[in-house]
Structures are given as C-alpha cells and as structure tokens.
Design a protein around this ligand. Structure first.
Ligand code: PMP
Length: 451
C-alpha cells in the first residue's frame, strides 16, 4: 500500500494541505457539497456549545449547527455522557434494543399524528421510506411535490429541486426537472410538480393526475424554496384534496420539526397521514424516522399475511443515535422551545433594525428558531421569486466569506441561521452587529443587485 501521504497523529497541517490530499481521493475533496468551499474548506478541530474552533485555533459563532441538526449546539454534556456510556457497551447489534423502544414511545407520545414510527439513518432515507410506504398503502405510483423543495436525494424526491428559469417551464404546469444527469424519464413521469402556497394552480395540477397520486409531499417551512410557512388555507386545501382523491398527505419535517413541540404540523387544523423526520432528532448522530397512521404503517409489519413493504437497515435505530436523540428531545421541551423561539424572534427584530440603519434591500423569512435573509427588499413568496441568479449567488458567497473570515460567524450557505438552545442575548448581539457591519460594507453591491 502506498503510504506516502499518510501523516502522523501529531503532524499539524493547514486546511489547504489537508484539502490538497482530499482532492486526490474524494471528488471535489468533500463528501457533502454543502461544506464545499473555494479555494478550500476550513477544517474543524472541535466545537462546544455555540462555538466551533478550526484547526488554526480560530473560534466562530455557529449558526449552521450542522445544517440545522444540532438543537442544543455542540457536545452537550448530558448527551456526551449518555453516548459514551452506550459506546462502552457496544454501538450496533444484530439484536433489538430497548433504547429504540423508549425513543419511539417518546416521539409517538409527543405528536398526535405519530401512531407508529420507524427509524432510519438520514432524512433522505426517511423521505424515501415514507414515499414507499405511501405507494405500498395506496398501490399508486406517483408523488406530487413543490417546485424547489429539498427532500433529500432519493430520485423521486429530488425532482425539480434545482429547477431554473431555463428549464422550469410554465408556472401553470411546471416541468419535472431532473437533478442528477441520467435520471430515468420514468422517474420524472411519476413526479408531479406544483408551485408552493399557490392553491389554485396546485389543485389544478393535482386534479390532472388524481387517480395516480400516492402522496403529496409538503415541507411546512421549506428552506430551499425560501423558508416561508405553508399557509394554513393551502395546507387545508391539499388535505381536503387528498381526502377526496384517495391520496395521502405527507409532511417532510426533517428541518421544520424544531419549530414547535409537535413540529410545524402542530399549527395546522389538519394532520398529515405520514411524516418524515431527521436532523435534530438524532442528537448529533445520523438519523431519520418516518411515522404516521397505524393503518398505513401496517404495510411495514412483518406479522401481516402479506408484507407490502419489506424494510430494513443495518444501522437503523442504532442505540447511540436512539439515546442521543431521546436525551436531546427530552431537553427540547415546551419551555425550552418557547425560550428559543423568543430569542430567535428577538434576533430577527434586531436584524430588521440593522437593515433599516444600513438602508439595504434585504428581507427576512422564517419561523420558530430559523430565519433566512434574501437579497431583495420584498420577501419572496415562492421558489421562483426566491431563486438566486448567478450574480446573487456570487454576492452571497462574498458575504458568507466576510462573515466567516472577518466576523467569525458561520451561517448556512443560503444566508440562513439555525439557532440552538445554548445561545443567549450575547450571541444575538454579536450576530446583529456582524450583520450590520456586513450590510454597510456590501451596501452598494446590494443596491445594484436589487435594481
Ligand atoms: N428533507 C429536508 C427538508 C432537508 O432539509 C433535508 C436535508 N437538508 C433532507 C430531507 C435530507 O436529509 P439528510 O441530509 O439527512 O439526508
């Protein structure tokens, strides 16, 4: 074996040096494009609470929280202790664990629409299994989803996630646009695309495929579309449509579950039949779950005469994730959520004030413990309005670099912040001051972009 590029544990390397090696063996040097950065990504040393320290010892305030996955910040002592205790006993077994059952109970007790639940390893897997459950139950092939919505990387779930003005087509009949080259035409044919929060168009599009749709997937606060809430009338209209047409209403709450004690679904009068979860429910470890009505989840039950959806996974419901997740969600109780959401609202108010002071064309969308900035004075209402042109993208990248390098603040690459319960007024003040500095610095570019 060629060991030339191996290094000793004590050898200190720069991020640039590590990345150079990474590029030789990993495409683009990264396993997830979300952390890709030119000329090279910065490598982490360690993190604690809401601060992350890179290998050069530079500490940054972290509003990324691993893409919304860490609700209590980094290395929360209660989670760390419980996980270490479990790791000493073993990490994965060819036997059932009580940890799985205890966590399943907690989540099912917490949310009225969660009758039965199964755990998997990622949000992608959760959405995939949720779609397959809906297909198995209804015996129908098609799914319907909102243009621009991110639901992970399952072939069907990712259709039109990156649709752009050259290929998205007429808003009355959006095209099913593939993300990965080579996506089978048959996949595109089985995914119906509708414009988010647009009742009339959505229902007209669903009607055209009424007898073939297994489920309509809705993210009640879709980050990539623009982080705007699903309007209650919209969600209710889709729910009614599914009741009339024998389809299921399925929610992707992989991100939005943090919004309230019972997830974002708590705030609607209608309930989804199935829900996909991920991110925060893993307590910092890889996770996904899909859950919902007992009669539907029966398709997964191996005790049934006919098993309609055989489902398994080597690392599903592994005890480390189950224990980390349970402790995380026990701590994420009603008071903690209220406090966190109030703090986020305060941050939004302070940032709105900074926007006013700097006099820049910036708007904010979001709810609960998350918000997103848009480089336009009027907040977008749908994917096409929120769509970032190349010029917008370039400016956002410059702004993110400024925040990262000069202000020592990390945000998600859409200019989104995900708050954690370990943040306080101090961190909110640091964020709003840094953003004020940034708005002032980029003021003329922001105005030329908004013309
Ligand atoms: N659904 C939504 C709404 C997401 O934001 C994501 C991840 N960003 C996923 C699904 C997929 O989750 P994962 O990255 O864990 O596969």
């Amino acid at each position: 074996m060629n060991t030339d590029h191996r290094i000793s544990r004590n050898q200190k390397r720069t991020s640039e040096e590590i990345y150079k090696q990474a590029c030789k063996i990993i495409p683009g040097g990264v396993s997830r494009n979300t952390i890709f950065h030119q000329p090279y990504p910065h490598y982490i040393s360690h993190a604690n609470g809401c601060y992350a320290t890179d290998i050069n010892g530079i500490q940054r305030l972290d509003f990324g929280n691993n893409m919304a996955a860490l609700i209590h910040g980094h290395a929360h002592p209660d989670i760390v202790d419980a996980v270490i205790e479990q790791i000493r006993k073993g990490t994965a077994f060819t036997m059932a664990t009580e940890a799985e059952v205890l966590y399943a109970q907690l989540l099912c007790d917490r949310v009225p629409s969660f009758d039965k639940i199964r755990f998997v390893n990622s949000g992608t897997e959760a959405v995939m299994a949720m779609i397959k459950t809906a297909r198995a139950f209804t015996g129908r092939p098609k799914i319907a989803k909102a243009e621009g919505a991110y639901h992970g990387t399952y072939d069907f779930a990712e259709v039109s996630q990156t649709a752009n003005p050259t290929n998205w087509g007429d808003i009355n009949q959006p095209n099913s646009v593939p993300v990965a080259n080579g996506t089978p035409q048959s996949v595109l044919n089985d995914v119906i695309i509708f414009p988010y929060n647009d009742i009339e168009r959505t229902l007209a599009i669903l009607d055209q495929n009424a007898s073939e749709i297994a489920c309509v997937i809705i993210d009640p606060v879709p980050h990539r579309i623009g982080l705007m809430k699903g309007q209650p009338e919209y969600i209710e209209a889709i729910y009614e449509w599914t009741r009339k047409n024998g389809a299921l209403l399925t929610f992707d709450e992989v991100v939005s579950f943090r919004v309230d004690y019972g997830g974002a679904q708590q705030n609607y009068s209608v309930k989804p039949d199935l829900t996909a979860l991920g991110k925060i429910i893993g307590g910092g470890f890889p996770v996904g779950a899909f859950t919902g009505r007992s009669d539907i989840m029966k398709v997964l039950d191996p005790r049934e005469n006919q098993l309609l959806f055989p489902h398994s996974g080597t690392f599903s419901a592994n005890p480390v994730t189950m224990i980390a997740g349970r402790i995380t969600m026990e701590m994420f109780e009603k008071d903690a959520i209220l406090k966190l959401n109030i703090l986020t609202k305060k941050a939004i108010d302070q940032i709105k004030e900074a926007i006013k002071i700097a006099d820049v064309p910036i708007s904010i969308t979001g709810t609960g413990s998350m918000f997103r900035l848009h480089l336009k004075s009027n907040a977008p209402k749908n994917y096409r309005e929120a769509y970032q042109t190349t010029d917008t993208r370039l400016l956002i990248n410059e702004m993110l670099d400024y925040l990262f390098l000069d202000e020592k603040i990390m945000m998600i690459n859409t200019l989104t912040c995900m708050f954690s319960t370990v943040m306080t007024q101090k961190e909110i003040d640091m964020l709003s001051q840094a953003l004020l500095n940034m708005f002032k610095r980029f003021k003329s570019q922001l105005h030329s972009l908004d013309k």
